[in-house]
Design a protein around this ligand. Sequence first.
Ligand SMILES: Cc1ncc(COP(=O)(O)O)c(C=O)c1O
Length: 392
Amino acid sequence: MIKLIKSTFYQEEKTKQKLVHFIKNARQLSFGKECENFEIKFARWQGRKHCVMVNSGSSANLALFQALLNIGYLKKNDLVGFSAVTWSTNAMPIVQLGLQPVPVDIELNTINVSSKQLLKVLKKYPLKMLFITNLLGFCDDLEEIVKICREKKIILTEDNCESLGSVYRGKKLGNFGLASTFSFYVGHHMSTIEGGAICTDDEDLAIMLRLVRAHGWDRNLNFTKQKELRKKFHINQSFYARYSFYDLGFNFRPTEIAGFLGNVGLNHLPEIIKKRERNFMKLAKVLYTKSDRYYPLKYQHLTVNSNFAFPLICTSEKLRNELVKKCANKVEIRPIVGGNIRLQPFFTKYLTGDRFPPTDNADLVHRQGLYFGNNPELTRQEIELIINLFNS
Ligand SMILES: Cc1ncc(COP(=O)(O)O)c(C=O)c1O
C-alpha cells in the first residue's frame, strides 16, 4: 500500500536520532531559542521580513485573522473571499471571528482562484479581504489578482500551507500578499510533526501576531515595543507588566521540539522540493495529457511546482468511484483537500440562508476529484505502479 504519508520526517531515522539527542540535552523545551532561530531562518528562506512560528497551520490562519482585527485592518462583518476548494480551517476563522465568508470558485485547469473568478464575485460582493489558498503547489494568475486587490483596496493574504517552495514568475508563493500562512504538519512539505507559521513584511502586523500567539501579553515583543505599550496603558510596575494582556489572543506557541525539527527540516527543504517536483513531472507528463479520463491541469506557468499530493479530476463521478475501489489496499487516496467547503456540514450549519456566488467548478472537484501522496521518498517502482493504476 502506498500511503498518503510515508514517514514522519524526511530521513526519518537520522532525524529521530538528532531529536533524541536534542531532548536529552535541552535545558528548556517550551518556546525559546530554537523557535526564534527557526523564525529568522524561515523568514530568510521565504524572503520575508518577519516570521511568527505557531503550533499549526490552522493556528496560523486563526492568529492572522485575530491580528488583522486587533490592528484594525479588518472589522466585524467585513466580507472575506476565500477559495471554495480549500481546507476547513482556512474558512473557519472567518466564521469564528464574526466576518462574512464569501466562497470564490476555482478554475478546473489550475484548481485555484483566478482573476476571472475574483472579478465575477466582485460584481456582487464588495470584498474587504481575499484569503486565497495556493492549492497543492499550484496557482492561477496571481499577478493579476494582486493588481485587482491593489486597485480595489482589498487585503490579499495567502494560505500557503500546501505550496511551500512553489515559484510563480520568479517569486515564491506566499510572497504575493500582505501575509501568508504555512503548515509544517507531517504530511506537508516539511514536518515539525505539528507546526505552522505566518510570514509578513508588515512590522505592525508581525508585532500583533506575536501578541496574539501568546495570551495577548507583550513578552515576545522587543524592549521598545514593550515600553510603548506599558506607557500607553499606564502599566508602570514590572510586577504587573508581565501579566498585562493588551489585546485578544490565544496560546499558539510552538515548543522547542518543533523549533528544533524546523531547523533540521529547513536544511533538507531544497532537496525535498526537488525530489517532489521530479515525481510531479513524471506523473504530470502522463496523467495530465489530454485524455477522456482526467481534466488536464496546467502547471507549465510555474517556475517550480512544489507539490506534496497529486490531484486528479476525473471526467465523471462514475470513474472517480471506480478508482476509489480500484485503489483499495494499493494506493491511499482522498478527496482534493476539503472539497468544496460550501458543501461541508459546518458551513451549512452556520451559514444557512446566506446567498453565495455559484461554485460550479468546486462542486465538480468535490464530486470527481481525488489525490494521492507525492512523497520525496517514492521509489521508481511505486511511481510506475501509480501510473499504471490510474492510466488503465
Ligand atoms: C490549505 C490548508 N490550510 C490550512 C491547513 C491547516 O494546517 P494544519 O494541519 O497544520 O493545522 C491545511 C491542512 O492540511 C491546509 O491544507
